[in-house]
Design a protein around this ligand. Structure first.
Ligand code: SF4
Length: 332
């Protein structure tokens, strides 16, 4: 593409951000690095409308990096329940503790230093360093892949190593020419979220349509290119619901596992005989597999190990996988 096409892209993205940006709680004239960090971690894999209430309640509970570093993991995971991808919450806290220990509670400013913090990868480091400190490092998330692949007509699969490298290089080179790196980076993500959407993008009113490769060549539906991954796996889970004196037996999952640090009902290897099925199978979708969950009412003698029992009020203060928390909410 010509230099003009590059320049037009950058100018249009910055103008779009100036005129169309959404008013979001962490989007301030002088952004607070901790707030931007928190919002970015919550919004990975989560839409703005769904993530914002979580952002607000977590910030209210832990207004500073120090508060987050000192928080109990159970309290943080309880507030995170429903957002999924719980390792994000655990790493966020690990990162906060690291910032307190190594940086005196102040978020580091450079892309390279940010990458050393637990849970901060290239995307989050680029977002924080540009939005808070106006550094010129391009963000690349799902929105950016879509906008760049369509506008520049890039066919390299976005989930390949070559693709990730190519898009990152392009994003880095474009931001060098931006007037305000923080506006440009937020602008391209905002443009992808509002204008160049996955389905039915607003091409007719798009300031880039005259040059956009995909629009001009009728390939919008084919971009970005993604290599298809293998089939989703299926897993069956049998939960043992043991209740005594209005309290349920639950255990805290090992940190190395998915749902690490969350509380759930003990699991049975197979469906119990002569037990009542209270709920299920209920399908819970993870990124790579479907969990078919059954909740069985069983006696304590079905379990081999000693159990800890919790009341409903106590469980509200603990993190649980959403499928377990939904089940508990429905119980008397
Ligand atoms: S013309 Fe359509 S596909 Fe091209 S950038 Fe604009 S919205 Fe996206």
């Amino acid at each position: 593409m010509s230099t003009d096409a590059y320049n037009q892209f950058i100018i249009s993205i910055e103008e779009f951000f100036d005129s169309q940006k959404r008013d979001l709680p962490w989007r301030k004239a002088k952004p607070v690095p901790y707030e931007v960090w928190l919002s970015e971690i919550i919004l990975q894999q989560t839409r703005v409308a769904q993530g914002t209430p979580y952002y607000l309640k977590i910030l209210e509970a832990f207004p500073t990096i120090e508060d987050l570093a000192e928080a109990s993991e159970d309290k943080l995971l309880a507030l995170w329940t429903g957002l999924g991808y719980y390792s994000r919450a655990r790493n966020l806290q690990k990162g906060a503790r690291q910032i307190v220990a190594e940086y005196n509670g102040e978020m580091p400013q450079s892309y390279g230093d940010l990458l050393k913090i637990a849970g901060i990868g290239p995307y989050t480091a680029a977002a924080i360093s540009s939005i808070c400190f106006n550094q010129r490092k391009g963000v690349v998330d799902g929105n950016v892949y879509r906008v760049l692949s369509r506008y520049f007509g890039i066919q390299t699969p976005i989930n390949s190593t070559a693709g990730q490298k190519e898009f990152q290089q392009l994003a880095d080179s474009l931001i060098q020419e931006a007037t305000e790196p923080k506006n440009y980076n937020q602008g391209i993500m905002e443009f992808g979220a509002l204008q160049c959407t996955p389905k039915k993008p607003g091409c007719l009113l798009c300031p880039l349509s005259e040059v956009c490769h995909a629009y001009q060549n009728g390939t919008i539906d084919q971009l970005p290119v993604k290599i298809k991954k293998g089939k989703r796996t299926q897993e069956t889970i049998h939960f043992a619901v043991v209740k005594e004196n209005d309290r349920w037996a639950l255990y805290k999952r090992d940190h190395s596992s998915i749902w690490g640090g969350l509380y759930e009902f003990p699991r049975l290897a197979v469906a119990p005989k002569n037990a009542q099925l209270l709920q299920g199978p209920t399908i819970h979708k993870l990124s790579h597999k479907d969990l078919h969950c059954h909740f069985w009412e069983v006696g304590l003698d079905e379990l081999n190990e000693p159990q800890t029992f919790y009341s409903k009020a106590e469980l509200e203060q603990l993190g649980m996988p959403i499928i377990v928390s939904d089940f508990v909410k429905k119980q008397q």
